[in-house]
Design a protein around this ligand. Structure first.
Ligand code: FE2
Ligand code: FE2
Length: 282
């Protein structure tokens, strides 16, 4: 359903922009970013549109009080991590908006700042509904710092939009289907679409930048990726203290997530002509 909406908008936008006939010609980067700008504007939504007060914020669960309390801890931790992630995304998209110089690129990034701010707003309200933030994931903060402190726009877009946003889309779809009929499901359905646009725009813009970038910047991306992986693995394996009992039971599923994340990063690197190594042993 979500994918269909995006595809419909894209084909509609192409005819709006009058470039359908040139679709197979060389990619015009300014046109590409205009297209993502219009698409982002069309997909924009409001936090007030969610069914606040009409449906439960997170799944209420069944069974004994103790089991329900355990589930509550899990969902609260999910909400906390998403709030952390979207606060970082707000900072990073604001950096990109101010650092990028071309007009179509800037216009596009002005929509991304609004999207990430809206995501943070939605998570803040949901956090309030579930009793406040729980223990934050320290590795997520470190991953954020690595990207925020990178020297070049190329490294930032690679880490943030190409890799992280590319990986998170499936996660949002999984959460949405596991939590149907709740506010968290509504938020995750919107975020899967928004991050689909952010990831698509990031891949496009990164391709454009890499056409002119120096070997030094390409090496910096390789270095950042290498530094990122051990932290990313710690992030995927991390659980708050209240949930640490689940870690050994979830080990094989966690390892599978790590493996598929690495495969996806390698595919994206190949698509962009970048040299990336992933750590051995997975
Ligand atoms: Fe976001
Ligand atoms: Fe995003």
């Amino acid at each position: 359903m979500d994918e269909i909406e995006i595809v419909d908008s894209e084909s509609e936008l192409e005819s709006l922009a009058g470039n359908t006939e040139e679709a197979n010609g060389p990619v015009d980067s300014a046109e590409e970013m205009k297209r993502f700008y219009v698409l982002a504007k069309r997909q924009a939504w409001k936090v007030e549109q969610l069914s606040w007060g009409q449906i439960p914020p997170i799944p209420e669960g069944k069974g004994s009080g103790e089991m329900r309390a355990r589930r509550q801890v899990i969902w609260r931790s999910v909400v906390t991590q998403q709030l952390q992630a979207d606060l970082l995304a707000s900072k990073l998209s604001a950096q990109l908006l101010s650092d990028i110089n071309d007009v179509p690129g800037r216009l596009y990034y002005s929509t991304m700042v609004q999207d990430e701010g809206r995501h943070a707003e939605a998570w803040l309200r949901l956090t309030n509904e579930v009793g406040g933030m729980s223990e934050p994931d320290p590795y997520l903060e470190r991953l954020g710092a690595l990207t925020l402190n990178a020297d070049t726009i190329e490294e930032k877009i690679w880490g943030f939009q190409v890799v992280y946003e590319g990986l998170v889309i499936d996660r949002f779809r999984q959460i949405a289907s596991a939590t149907q009929g709740t506010i968290i499901a509504e938020i995750c359905s919107h975020l899967a679409i928004d991050d689909g646009v952010h990831h698509g725009a990031g891949v496009s813009y990164e391709q454009l930048l890499l056409e002119h970038t120096s070997p030094r910047t390409r090496r910096a991306i390789t270095r950042m990726s290498k530094e990122m992986w051990p932290i990313f693995v710690d992030h995927l394996l991390w659980r708050p203290h209240a949930r640490s009992w689940a870690s050994s039971a979830m080990r094989s599923r966690d390892l599978e997530t790590i493996r598929s994340s690495m495969e996806q990063e390698l595919r994206l690197a190949h698509k962009l002509g970048l040299e990336i190594e992933t750590p051995p042993g997975y």
